[in-house]
Design a protein around this ligand. Sequence first.
Ligand code: BGC
Length: 438
Amino acid sequence: MDLVETKIARGAEIPEEVHEHPVLKFPPGFLWGSSTSSHQVEGGNDKNDWWEWEKKPHHIADGTLSGSASGHYARYKEDFALARNNHQNAHRLSIEWSRVEPTKGEWNVSELRHYRDVLMELKSHSFTVMLTLHHFTIPTWLADEGGWENPRTIFYFNRFVKWVADELGDLVDIWVTVNEPMIYVSQGYLYGAWPPGKKSIISSYRVFRNLTRAHKKAYLTLHDTLDRRDRTVKVGIAQNVISFEPYRRHKMIDMWFVRFADRLWNHWFFSRTKRHHDFIGINYYFHYRVAFVPRDYAHFFFQVRNENREVSDVGWEVYPPGIFRVIADMASYGKPMYITENGIAVTNDDKRNRFIVAHVKEIYHAIAAGMDVRGYFHWSLLDNFEWEKGFGPRFGLIEVDYATMERRPRKSLGIYGEIAQENGIKHDLLRFLGHMVK
Ligand code: BGC
């Protein structure tokens, strides 16, 4: 029995402090940010492989083209000010390779100046800056040379990385070399849903292997170029980490498959790039209840089942405890961790509020249990172009009216801001927890 209960039991008055609700406090210096990627928000990225891909019939579910996207290329100042006014202290964005190297070996100086302005704007707000170097898109000239299937791409990528480090390195705090290598490989080379639209295990393996090599090289280049006696940069990747669970808990085959999937999807890239990570970046979106289905060879013998579960507008299960699990899984590397992405596609913003509070609370528990999580980047600051799904899904803390490009901050921007300002979750925000209204 604790002190309060003891006193009550003795009939004493309830002490004053019980009326003060605890705040679930995060460690000092915790980063509260949001993420975007160049092609999804900037607009006008007409020199990359996605721009070409979008034009072909049936590639984008709703037939839209990225076009002006969220207009962020022109409106970044307004967008950053909204984030800052809502107490975010960090920001993750990506640099568009096809803008800075539109033609092989030729650097576009005015685009470089643009990114310098963007990063300086972030610094003027005192944001900690996380920059991604490869977020799914590649320049068209490189796609024409075979993209990531061609081992020469490792060299091209490294040349780009070196150039960015030389020119912009003073404005970046944390580097993400590659975003979600497993998603990139599987969508583009196994399922054929993204450029270049291949369905080949051999091509998938080649791309996977080249990405691991490119990451290791970029890791060394960034450190060689930027480390000073008083400042060492942080370099890692953003990995899409799935929380797997056997659909039939009593079935050995489902349990075995879950183990296999975890090793392959969550850990394979890390096992091939050991000693080349200063942190582990976690993108958490998926909780998969996996059933092994021997006859479903088209889906590699498994199915994800989430009937009677809460899902987002795009059908992904909402499962906050999964973020605790994936953090615990990744903690095995003994490195600091950042949640580099986590978010939900919903038009019902109340769901987003609940989603944020519930996930951040799980992170609180992970930290309390001794896991070294240093920051949370919500996906996304803005509504944006959601790859093969087009503009339908709404992931933003800020709504974008695509006809006028007007920004309409959602309530969730403010709720997330309250957490960031407090560096923790105040008791009254816990009201958002509970079951989602469908
Ligand atoms: C990607 C983002 C994407 C988000 C939501 C992540 O896989 O990094 O580009 O928009 O998930 O699907």
